[in-house]
Design a binder for this molecule. Structure first.
Ligand SMILES: Cc1ncc(COP(=O)(O)O)c(C=O)c1O
Length: 437
């Protein structure tokens, strides 16, 4: 429970309406959290001036994560899984410990179900490629939601092309709601795979993966989930969700770039052929053929990113130490506050649900008469970082009838003060662009 809840407050933290004591506590908690992040504490004249509201693109890194990566290179650096000398064994131990930490974090049965990848995109490509090889045939169907990031769409377009299968789209309404009718309309006897995001990177809405996995299990459909926007912000348990695959990126969950995770159900991973082939993924090799290593190493060809894995494990420990109760509560309060302020600004049109509770920290919007790139550039002049464009979800934007939009995405280290700076800057943009009040 967050401090505000403990104090019995509503998280309606517009400064003037927020109980002063509660507002003070929220601010103090934020200030304490921000001490962990070097980027918010750069000494000199720019200190404290970064208003970073692009957390869905990548998150900032706490000091302990940066240190963990440095420690690996300073004290443990050797090629893991190869050398028999003690330094290489230490590197291997660190790498495999990281795998256990991640497995435990997402509730996997066994650490062999955790494959380290470069990012969420690579994990989704791995799943699509290997499942195509394993089971996809001509005439089969793959169901994908219309709100997928390109990373969970293009691999399935390729898969369909290679197998002679076809893609079926699950439509959503303008708030991101997928009705049972819309879902069932995209499913048939021929459906072999369902690819679905947990949280949309544009609408912020959350899909009920548990409901879909129950449906899929009964019909032998494999569910591949994209956890890139959920794993950093809400507790995710692959067993409880019942998904067959879940892919996510380290860099969006306060870990480093260049490391990601694909969880896969053991029975499927064991049957799947490898994705990349080369060193460290074999038992033995002859001139003509090879016997592949056991999972997970079958899917980790070449030298691995052990320093990244060690730092990702540290990010997991950091999240656990902070606690999802604190993370979720802060992000919920900040989202409510931001939406409330944005709704007061003439010309702002929020994309997706009007209910802040359904946005999971992601608020996309347009500003009447202003191109989203101009909105982002003008905000940047006030040192506020937001994302503008199609957000790698062009089919969704086409479905919603907007070519592009601006996105604010929050993390637990953001503050009400930052939201106010953002809202003040946003409220000036139309006037700066020559529109009247
Ligand atoms: C929902 C979703 N899936 C996948 C990705 C791809 O992540 P990465 O670029 O780390 O592979 C993103 C990145 O923004 C995303 O938001």
């Amino acid at each position: 429970m967050c401090r505000e809840q403990q104090a019995g407050s509503r998280c309606d933290n517009k400064r003037s309406e927020f109980a002063p004591q509660t507002e003070e506590r929220f601010a103090a908690q934020g200030a304490e959290i921000r001490k962990d992040f070097p980027i918010f504490n750069i000494p000199g004249e720019n200190s404290g001036q970064i208003v970073y509201l692009d957390n869905a693109a990548t998150s900032q890194k706490p000091h302990c994560v940066i240190e963990a990566e440095r420690k690996f290179y300073e004290r443990e650096n050797a090629n893991p899984l190869r050398g028999l000398y003690s330094l290489a064994e230490e590197a291997t131990r660190e790498y495999e410990e990281a795998r256990k930490t991640v497995a435990d974090f997402i509730g996997a049965d066994d650490s062999s179900e955790i494959i380290f990848t470069r990012n969420a995109t690579e994990g989704l490509n791995l799943a699509a490629y290997c499942l195509t090889e394993l089971l996809l045939k001509e005439g089969d169907e793959i169901a994908v939601s219309i709100m997928e990031h390109h990373s969970n769409l293009l691999p399935w377009q390729q898969a369909a092309r290679h197998a002679g299968a076809s893609l079926k789209f699950i439509e959503c309404d303008k708030n991101g709601v997928i009705t049972d009718e819309a879902f069932e309309a995209a499913i048939s006897e021929k459906t072999k795979i369902l690819a679905m995001t947990h949280i949309s990177n544009v609408l912020g809405c959350k899909n009920d993966l548990k409901k879909y996995s129950d449906f899929c299990r009964d019909r032998g459909i494999i569910l591949v989930a994209d956890g890139a926007q959920s794993v950093p912000h809400i507790p995710v348990n692959v067993k409880e969700l019942g998904v067959d695959f879940l892919s996510f990126s380290g860099h969006k969950m306060f870990g480093p770039m260049g490391i990601g995770v694909l969880y896969g159900r053991k029975s499927l991973l064991e049957q799947m052929p490898p994705f990349l082939c080369g060193g460290e993924m074999i038992e033995s090799v002859t001139r003509e053929s090879a016997v592949y290593a056991q999972i997970p190493h079958k899917f980790e060809a070449g030298t691995v990113n052990a320093a990244g894995a060690a730092a990702l494990a540290e990010a997991v420990r950091y999240i656990k130490k902070t606690g999802f109760d604190t993370i979720q509560e802060r992000e919920r309060c900040l989202t409510e506050f931001a939406m409330k302020r944005m709704k007061q600004i003439p010309g702002v049109n929020i994309i997706g649900s009007p209910d802040a509770a359904l946005h999971n920290g992601i608020i996309s919007f347009t500003l009447e008469g202003v191109h989203p790139h101009d909105t982002a550039s003008i905000l940047d002049a006030d040192r506020i970082g937001v994302r503008a464009g199609h957000h790698c979800a062009q089919p969704l934007l086409a479905h919603l009838g907007i070519p592009s939009c601006t996105r604010v995405s929050l993390a637990f280290y953001n503050t009400c003060e930052e939201i106010e700076l953002f809202a003040d800057s946003l409220s000036q943009i139309r006037r700066k662009m020559g529109y009247g009040e």
